[in-house]
Structures are given as C-alpha cells and as structure tokens.
Design a protein. Structure first.
Length: 100
C-alpha cells in the first residue's frame, strides 16, 4: 500500500500571541504562529504546532516550498489531505433549514 501524503498550502502569520488555526479559505490554510520569523524559529514552531495538533511526528511534516516566506507548501506524510483538514478545522455546525 503506498504511503499517504498530503500537500497543504499554508499562509503563516508569525509573532502571534498563540499558535492557532485561523481559517481555510481559497484552498489555503491560514495559521497564526507564536514565534518570530528569525533564524527558522517560526518554521520550527509551525512544525511543532502541527505535529501536536495532528498527533503525528515532527518528521512527518516537511516544508517543501517557502522556507523564508509566509506562504508555504507543506507535505504531511501518513495522512490524506482530508484527514489533515478534518483534524485541524472545527466541524461545521448543522444547517438550520427554514420550515415554511
């Protein structure tokens, strides 16, 4: 069975008070990261935050593109794209239909 890999486009906002998922819009995951963008600290915190949140090893997360940019492409091994998004994003509330 081939190994599952997910490619996720990410926009990172460094120097936040806390690391958190902000949104997923236009096929881009937006995150706040509680580390400065100096000497790889924000990248290290990004990988640490995602490994904790997704319950996977840090080694399963690789920054494919964007080492020095806020816009990054991540490869996450062992999970499908949908599994990653399901773990990171809160479930949508059930829709309330109008009864006429």
């Amino acid at each position: 069975m081939p190994e599952q890999k997910a490619l996720i486009s990410v926009h990172v906002q460094p120097n936040a008070r806390a690391s958190e998922v902000v949104s997923f819009t236009a096929d881009v995951l937006r995150l706040k990261i509680a580390a400065p963008p100096v000497k790889g600290k924000a990248n290290a915190e990004l990988v640490e935050f995602l490994s904790r949140t997704l319950s996977i090893r840090r080694g399963d997360i690789m920054i494919v593109r964007g080492q020095t940019s806020r816009d990054k492409l991540l490869e996450i091994s062992g999970l499908t794209r949908q599994a990653v998004l399901d773990r990171l994003l809160p479930p949508e509330p059930p829709r309330q239909g109008r009864i006429i």
